[in-house]
Ligand binder design. Structure first.
Ligand SMILES: CC(C)(COP(=O)(O)OP(=O)(O)OC[C@H]1O[C@@H](n2cnc3c(N)ncnc32)[C@H](O)[C@@H]1OP(=O)(O)O)[C@@H](O)C(=O)NCCC(=O)NCCS
Length: 386
């Protein structure tokens, strides 16, 4: 019999550049520096629409009318409330380890929520139930995250504000104060820009889990797990830490040369897909400039220096600013604590994951590749226990 390996196609390492699915949700064009949600430029959506509109677009496949927007807001607002059984367990999760890791705590709370709310396997659900489960997790995630953060600090969770939209409500639940409109809008634009970004590792994870027929909670829990890895979720806080270490713009050139010569990566620069400026970095630079402040001028000077030094020391690599550099600056200016930077990103990425879960479920096939066995040739004689 022919071994299966002989007929299988060998995929590139890391599945790089391998097309593994059809999707109508969006894509990234690295050479152009462009990405889109459905048929619209994601950046244009960030500039012209609310987060709720884009959330609707991702789940429903089209932008809402004004009336549909209102209905959607009314439908999702109550879903932000933490179910009582979950609320009871949150203090335990918030103090579960020696160190509080917000994404790990969120992963646990999302899993508990899906379990408590009795989410059924995707395979046994109709489209309406699946949509309801997905909507619920999207609406609840920011509340869970901010509640866990506050509980860990010994503060009472701030319940969602019934009148505030998504971005403003996020800052409100985190800090307990109604944010300035310019901060609310800046965070809304950031959150909208991170809803989806091609077939990245966490999105793929969500689709693989969905393909097994497991419930939406399992898919989102797994996706958060994938995002928590530093190679994926990155660390926008590291870009700010670098600014702290540089200290003064006049030190930037020497600091960066020294770092690159010692084989270090400059945080907030370079991207696996973009070979030009990351469009999210361009938008967030503009958002940061609108917010203003010394840190923005400093960041811009450092950015110019990094790009010039990397062009000189790494010729031909085309390394430019990525989303994380200005994301850190914007979040800092809006009062988000550094340890909440990556979790904040996760709180809106849930919308993208859920859109992919629904798409996968709507035309499902079990995702089950093969691996080439490279160990000693089987079957070897089984040794007797020594
Ligand atoms: C994001 C990242 C992993 C993408 O890397 P990639 O496209 O796979 O590129 P490679 O790792 O193959 O690097 C290609 C070359 O550019 C260099 N390079 C890439 N990004 C760099 C950076 N930020 N600082 C210094 N050098 C960098 C590499 O050292 C390598 O140089 P070499 O060819 O002399 O070995 C990488 O750019 C990086 O580590 N950036 C810093 C961390 C960061 O900001 N992460 C958030 C991403 S959104």
């Amino acid at each position: 019999m022919t071994p299966p390996q002989a007929t299988a196609t060998v995929a590139p390492r890391g599945l790089k550049n391998l097309l593994v699915a059809d999707t109508q949700i969006g894509d990234v064009r690295g050479e152009e520096g462009f990405y889109h949600y459905r048929q619209y430029s994601a950046i244009e959506l960030c500039e012209k629409r609310t987060l709720e509109d884009v959330w609707y677009l991702m789940l429903e496949g089209r932008l809402p009318s004004l009336a549909e927007r209102e209905t959607f807001i009314k439908e999702t607002a109550p879903l932000r409330e933490i179910p009582p059984d979950v609320a009871e367990a949150l203090p335990v999760i918030a103090h579960g380890g020696d160190r509080f890791i917000p994404l790990d705590a969120l992963r646990t709370a999302v899993s508990l929520t899906a379990y408590t709310l009795d989410f059924k396997p995707v395979l046994d659900c109709d489209a309406q139930t699946l949509r309801a489960n997905a909507l619920h997790l999207c609406a609840l995630t920011p509340t869970l995250l901010t509640a866990l953060y506050r509980l860990n600090r010994g503060e009472r969770p701030v319940p969602p504000h019934p009148k505030l939209p998504y971005g403003a409500n996020y800052l409100y639940m985190l800090t307990g104060a109604e944010p300035e409109p310019r901060h609310a809008r800046a965070i809304e634009q950031y959150l909208t820009s991170t809803i989806d970004h091609g077939f990245n590792a966490s999105t793929f994870t969500a689709r693989v889990i969905t393909s097994t027929g497991a419930d939406v909670g399992a898919a989102i829990t797994g996706a958060i797990g994938a995002l928590s890895g530093p190679l994926h979720g990155g660390a926008p806080s590291r870009a700010l830490e670098m600014l702290d270490l540089i200290g003064d713009p006049d030190n930037a050139d020497a600091w960066i040369r020294d770092a690159v010569r010692h084989g270090k990566r400059i945080m907030g620069f370079g991207h696996r897909v973009y070979r030009t400026e990351d469009p999210r970095a361009i938008m967030l630079r503009r958002v940061a400039e609108e917010l203003g402040g010394d840190i923005v001028e400093f960041a811009e000077r450092v950015e110019r220096t990094v790009v010039d030094v990397l062009a000189e020391l790494k010729p031909g690599r085309r390394i430019y600013t990525n989303v994380e550099f200005y994301a850190g600056v914007v979040m800092e200016l809006c009062g988000i604590p550094r340890r909440m930077f990556t979790p904040t990103f996760a709180s809106s990425r849930v919308i993208g994951w859920c859109a992919h879960v629904l798409e996968q479920a709507s035309d499902n096939v079990l995702i089950r590749p093969s691996a080439r066995y490279t160990g000693p040739p089987p079957p070897q004689p089984i040794p007797d226990p020594a």
